[in-house]
Design a protein around this ligand. Structure first.
Ligand code: UD1
Length: 430
């Protein structure tokens, strides 16, 4: 079993570089299905979810060639729709973008319902509502989504009942080559939605309004291949900002778009952390000891992101006084609390609300990652705790954080990946 061992209590220093955004890269990679031509995608994060997306593309008949560690060339001319292997679709949430892209290009799609982190019920009704509004017949049978639009897709007005990142992107993918105009009302506004729209527009699509809550897509006849670079990952950047704040450090985080970090910056400043904007980097300086208590509520962008819920919870454990953290997007995002409790945190969860009694010193423990961002929170908690914390189930972290151990070691953290044979007390550094 692979685990991460962290001997915490040390300050971080220097600079750390953020990779490409996972949640933009996945729909852009799968969006190349629409193009039917050669695309070169740059600034991909080196994570296992990207590998899974490339495996899906290969299984569908695309030609996939890595040019270097973060650049891939994909030719989707030979894609056969409806052939995503069941296990690959189940391995991650973003596999549902295959459906929007296949439907958009071929008027037909079939894929297993997606997997991903367990935050409770993760419905796809808004995706289906959008596909149906465009003229597709959609059935969910035996865990598979089957879509067919024998007459092709026709643009339509779609009002989203819930602000959904996945549904907004999926409908955008399906509508790019539909006949006429599609209007998505109450669309999600996340930076990765803008990145997907920019990619598609570079390929010849006609999308306007991405980044606002009304997106207009005028259908085009066809797309063409392009070279496109993914934006930096705001959640990875935010995670490093929290790691700096938790360890009383002074850290420069490079390759970021500070505008995307505004809600995270605002909350850190409220807690007494100084943030300097260097244009394409931020300097995070923890000047207040202990951190100040605050209340936080997660929301769709531009609100404070749900994918930064577990990380700020660690800071609230370290802050003096009682804080309230409210989850505004998912039903079950507090599974990680049990693990922080093992480290001595005092947190009471009631539904979507956690009350955190801060200022109780954290102590090392054996903990596990309950999902991707929860895994990042375990690392932050361990960095802030004197002594050795061992973190299990690190495959969650590897789905979404590239070279986390190496990057943190580069700024002075005592962190390593270890291999512990099942049922054994021995360990080997890997
Ligand atoms: C994406 C991210 C995920 C992040 C989330 C919110 C990917 C692969 N995942 O997930 O990391 O936590 O955005 O920023 O990019 N909902 C419905 N019906 C639907 C779709 C969603 O009711 O058809 C609800 C969900 O239950 C949830 C809310 O809408 O309460 C937001 O979900 P959504 O934005 O769709 O999240 P994902 O795109 O799945």
């Amino acid at each position: 079993m692979e685990k991460i061992s962290v001997t915490g209590g040390k300050r971080l220093h220097g600079s750390i570089t953020v990779g490409g955004m996972k949640n933009a890269a996945l729909p852009i990679l799968l969006g190349t299905i629409l193009v039917g031509d050669k695309c070169v995608i740059e600034n991909l994060p080196e994570i296992s979810d990207i590998k899974a997306a490339l495996d899906i593309l290969s299984a569908l008949g695309a030609k996939v060639k890595m040019i270097d560690r973060t650049t891939v060339e994909i030719d989707t001319a030979g894609v056969r729709p409806g052939t995503t292997p069941y296990e690959l679709a189940r391995s991650m949430r973003a596999s549902y973008y295959v459906v929007g892209a296949e439907l958009g290009r071929f008027g037909t799609s079939r894929a297993a319902c997606p997997g991903g982190c367990d935050f409770g019920v993760r419905p796809i009704d808004q995706h289906i509502k959008g596909f149906e509004a465009l003229g597709a017949k959609v059935e969910v049978v035996d865990g598979c989504i089957n879509c067919v639009a024998p007459e092709g897709l026709t643009g339509s007005s779609i009002y989203m009942d819930i602000v959904s990142v996945g549904a907004t992107i999926n409908i955008m993918l399906a509508a790019v080559m539909a006949k006429g105009m599609t209007v998505i009302d109450n669309a999600a506004k996340e930076p990765h939605i803008v990145d997907v729209a920019n990619f598609l527009n570079t390929c010849g699509a006609d999308i306007s309004g991405a980044g606002t809550d009304v997106i207009k897509i005028r259908g085009v006849e066809e797309l063409h291949g392009v070279t496109y670079a993914i934006i930096p990952d705001m959640i990875e950047a935010g995670t490093f900002m929290m790691a700096a704040a938790a360890t009383g450090s002074d850290l420069v985080i490079e390759n970021v778009i500070p505008k995307h970090l505004e809600s995270i910056t605002a909350k850190l400043e409220e807690m007494g952390v100084e943030i300097e904007d260097y244009g394409d980097a931020v300097r995070v300086k923890a000047v207040t000891e202990p951190l100040r208590r605050i209340n936080v509520k997660t929301m769709p962008y531009p609100g404070y992101p749900t994918d930064m819920n577990p990380q700020i919870c660690v800071l609230l454990c370290l802050a003096q006084g009682t804080s309230i953290l409210t989850e505004g997007v998912w039903d079950t995002r507090f599974k990680y609390v049990e693990e922080l409790t093992r480290m001595g945190a005092v947190i009471t969860v009631d539904g979507r609300k956690a009350v955190i009694e801060g200022g109780k010193p954290l102590k090392p423990a054996a903990v596990k990652c309950s999902d991707l961002r929860a895994g990042a929170a375990m690392v932050i908690a361990a960095l802030a705790t004197e002594g050795e914390t061992v973190i299990d189930n690190i495959y969650h972290i590897e789905r979404g954080y590239e070279h986390l151990v190496e990057k943190l070691r580069g700024v002075g953290a005592d962190i390593k990946k270890i291999y512990v044979p099942e049922g054994s007390n021995t360990q080997r550094v890997i």
